[in-house]
Design a protein around this ligand. Structure first.
Ligand code: GLA
Length: 393
């Protein structure tokens, strides 16, 4: 073999993990997760009926393909260290088979600590064994949640007072350990880090093979919490891209405590952020408004755009905020947000976002073409509302 052939072969081999990581999440992952609605009460039957609803509502076909069981599925480990599910989950392999039979993917949850946040069994010391078991069950997605591993970090800090990175390094090693264990199974398993943005996971997550990482603490079904998380994402766009995404937490659309305008703000901001879109509501009880928000094809297409660029803030003035996301074909998505308690006009100068002589404007929520516009585009927006537009040549 010639030296140059050997070199290009070894270059190709060294790129393979990166190619695999990118393919697994070429666009932000989409699906459903049990936590936001069912929390610790989730059962096998709930997950199966969510699976059925993803099909019957059209959500699967709109792109929501991961069906993720969050915390509290775990039972006890036996003498061989095998972790069994608890009585609410009689057969995880059968559940995975059911999800796969409907054309979707199976997600699961664990922790690098001894215990999960819900005080169920974590994976500490059993990483390889658990990863193999997940692969055997047909798992396609693992959310790995820091939880009680925080105690190990505090201990490391106390034991190494002169090392400012002792806790951080221990945490990264724990996430690497599970990442390596997942890779060693040979099954492509999307790896989702959940450690609430501690120590900037966007800077070290990609090297561990992580496909997404939480950037914040938990969301809840309130406008205040949702916007405090969403608008705090400014400045993170450069860290996201095909295969590796910032995750400002799961969706609350449909959980009932925000208004329709507020849920539109939630969805608009998350798609501009190229965020993973994991619905967190009871899919068996969706209103028409919930469906139209979660399944607006044009909003989803902004999130899933092939360019794979996360959007960012263009400017902020008091309660008014304008965010843009570059899209394929030279188009730009613009979110004009009104966080105030009254109707307000919010504007964007199209010349500032690359449209010197104007461009065609499409209103995503109204599903209407607004024609060719130039100069300053202004929209009258209700309290807590949004106008989401796509501007093209
Ligand atoms: C943490 C995570 C949540 C959820 C719960 C489960 O709080 O951030 O998303 O997984 O744990 O206990």
């Amino acid at each position: 073999m010639r030296a140059s052939t050997t070199l290009s072969l070894s270059l190709l081999l060294s790129c393979l993990p990166l190619i695999a990581q990118t393919q697994l999440a070429a666009t932000p992952p989409m699906g459903w997760n049990s936590w936001n609605h069912f929390a610790e009460h989730v059962t096998d039957a709930d997950v199966r009926s969510a699976t059925d609803s993803l099909v019957s509502t059209g959500m699967r076909d709109a792109g929501y393909v991961y069906v993720n069981v969050d915390d509290t599925w775990q039972g006890k480990r036996d003498a061989q260290g095998v972790l069994h599910p608890n009585e609410r989950f009689p057969d995880m392999k059968a559940l995975g088979d059911y999800i796969h039979s409907k054309g979707m993917k199976f997600g699961i949850y664990s922790s690098p600590g001894a215990q999960t946040c819900g005080h169920y069994e974590g994976s500490l010391g059993y990483e390889e064994q658990d990863a193999k078991m997940y692969a055997g069950w047909g798992v396609d997605f693992l959310k790995y949640d820091l939880c009680s591993f925080g105690e190990n970090m505090l201990k490391a800090e106390a034991e190494h007072p002169s090392d400012p990175n002792a806790a951080k390094n221990l945490m990264i090693a724990a996430y690497k350990k599970m990442g390596d264990a997942l890779k060693a199974t040979g099954r492509p398993i999307l790896y989702s880090l959940c450690q609430y943005g501690v120590d900037q996971p966007w800077k070290w997550g990609p090297e561990l093979g992580a496909n997404m990482w939480r950037t914040t603490d938990d969301i809840d079904d309130s406008y205040g919490r949702m916007i405090s998380i969403g608008f705090a994402q400014a400045g993170l766009s450069k860290y996201a891209g095909p295969g590796h995404w910032n995750d400002p937490d799961m969706l609350e659309v449909g959980n009932g405590k925000m208004t329709e305008d507020e849920y539109k703000t939630h969805m608009s901001l998350w798609v501009i952020l190229a965020s993973p879109l994991l619905a967190g509501n009871d899919l068996t009880k969706m209103t028409d408004a919930d469906k139209s928000i979660l399944m607006n094809k044009e909003a989803i297409a902004i999130d899933q755009d092939s360019l794979g660029k996360q959007g960012d803030r263009l400017y902020e003035s008091g309660d008014l905020d304008v965010w843009t996301k570059p899209l394929s074909g030279g188009r730009v998505a613009v979110g004009l947000f009104n966080r105030s308690w009254s109707v307000r006009d919010v504007s964007v100068d199209l010349r500032e976002i690359g449209f010197k002589s104007g461009g065609s404007v499409r209103d995503v929520w109204k599903q209407a073409d607004l024609g060719h516009r130039s100069g300053v585009f202004t929209s009258r927006i209700p309290k807590h509302g949004v106008t989401l537009i796509i501007v093209g040549k």
